[in-house]
Design a protein around this ligand. Structure first.
Ligand code: SAM
Length: 225
């Protein structure tokens, strides 16, 4: 089938381009053992996040949606010397697993997990002046994505990148009349990002082990108000 082809190509790319990383493998194994859902980013997409961070010399990274810390570890590997990453998740059990995985990867000194609903913890970040963040990765509950996008811009600077996961959903994103709350949330995000003069956006469709999905990538072009 077409899916088998995409997966075979994904595997081929991974065999060529993915270095072995025991800490990332261990994070996946520990997450699975703890019963976490396997909804982390695909390895090649994790590597893309790492490379975006490294290319921009990111010193501050914000992630919304930690799960077991798999994407967190990729992102933290892209941090510049002395850089820091804050990741938000509402599930304390997931955060505990992520803490172990991050410590095992030797990143505990630069990664901080904040437990709570992101719409509660984001205002606290702003209040304490934690930003601006160079790179913000949004990968939590999809209905809140429009709000997370607003927060991301607020906590960014001119030149920051904002990345949003799962923006294609096997094409479900085309269903304008959908009652699916995930689709509605992401369509709301598209509308908001399209209308926001402070960002310029693109998206790449992804295929392979995680099915057909996509990543939106936005560049903050103007100083947030
Ligand atoms: N970024 C992770 C990775 O690729 O390894 C995957 C994150 S998973 C797709 C989504 C996460 O968002 C879950 O761990 C879930 O607990 C968290 N989440 C859901 N609703 C949330 C909320 N309102 N505030 C913060 N985190 C939330």
């Amino acid at each position: 089938t077409q899916d088998d082809k995409w997966i075979a190509i994904d595997d081929y790319i991974a065999e060529n381009f993915l270095e072995a990383d025991p800490a990332l493998d261990a994070a996946l194994a520990a997450s699975e053992a703890a019963g976490l859902p396997a909804i982390q980013v695909a390895p090649l997409q994790g590597k893309l996040l790492m490379m975006l961070a490294a290319a921009m010399g990111a010193r501050r990274i914000l992630e919304i949606g930690t799960l077991g810390g798999y994407s967190t570890i990729w992102l933290a590997h892209g941090l510049a010397e002395g850089g820091r990453l804050i990741t938000l998740d509402m599930n304390p059990d997931y955060a505990e697993v992520a803490r172990g995985n991050i410590a095992n990867a030797g990143l505990a000194d630069r990664v901080e997990i904040r437990v709570g609903k992101a719409l509660d913890t984001l205002p606290l970040l702003e209040a304490e002046g934690a930003g601006p963040f160079d790179l913000i990765f949004i990968d939590a509950d999809k209905p809140s994505t429009p709000d997370y996008f607003d927060w991301a811009v607020r906590l960014a600077r001119q030149g920051s990148l904002i990345v949003v996961d799962n923006v294609v959903r096997e094409g479900a994103i085309l269903a304008a009349q959908s009652d699916n709350k995930h689709v509605k949330g992401l369509r709301g995000f598209y509308a908001r990002a399209a209308a926001d003069p402070r960002v310029t956006a693109t998206a790449i469709q992804t295929v392979g082990n995680k099915g057909h999905d996509g990543l939106a990538i936005m560049l903050v072009t103007a100083e947030p108000d």
